[in-house]
Design a protein around this ligand. Sequence first.
Ligand SMILES: [Zn+2]
Length: 283
Amino acid sequence: MQKIKSLLEAQREFATQGKCERYLAKVRWQNGVTCPRCGSKDVTYMDSRNKWQCSCRYQFSVTAGTIFHKTHVGLPRWMVAVWLMCHSPKGVSSKQLQRTLGVTYKTAWYMAKRIRRAMRHDVFEDLLCGIIEVDDAVVRASGDGTPSGHVKFEGKNVLGVAERGGLLRMFTLEDLKAKSIKRVIAKNLGAVQEIYSDAASRLFFLAEFGHHQSVAHAYDEYVLGDAHVNTIENAWSLFKRGLIGIYHHVSAKCLQEYLDEFAFRYSHRHEKPRLMDLVLASC
Ligand SMILES: [Zn+2]
């Protein structure tokens, strides 16, 4: 909808349950109120109950079928949380959500996890097209099942695939063998013009997906004409800074969720006013 530029504006825009409900209804049902059960538009609003009744007799509120449904938190806090997570380039910690929203840490953690799920890469089915960069990295994650008070770190393999100037996706991988990388690439690429990567031999198969050119990082070669992976390199460094500065540590088990959240925000960095609406529509 309209552009909300600051936290203060967000708090004002989403000050009451009623304001939030109207905003959510506009985003969810851009082509008119639709029954979440049968998809019919033959619905009647019941003023006294603040709900719609469908011709299939199902009654529903604006939050029906969303992550906000029947939670004790109330829409004003949810909406501000979504706004914050969409507009903080490096992310927002549960601790910061707790302070800003005035909820318990447990609630803040739960809210962030739910919102993060609405940013999942498999929610969005668009294939990456045009000029593609592929690069892998190792991200420091805390291992699972470590006793409290002692955090043991391990390196996790991650693969990044980016459209230059467009979408970005990041994936955790068990290993960085050609077979594992290829599986991810095949699922996410559409019509490719050029594909750029590091000169590692395990990436030679990329030529099957488009005209492939590589730069030899091992020999300090980073840019060769148009061939470079700077888009992903920049994304890695922003992501890693967020990991250290905002979240301190993320468990290996949750790493994919954080990668999805980051990649979602990064992918839509040029269309910030739409960002929150995209999330709300998939909540
Ligand atoms: Zn219905």
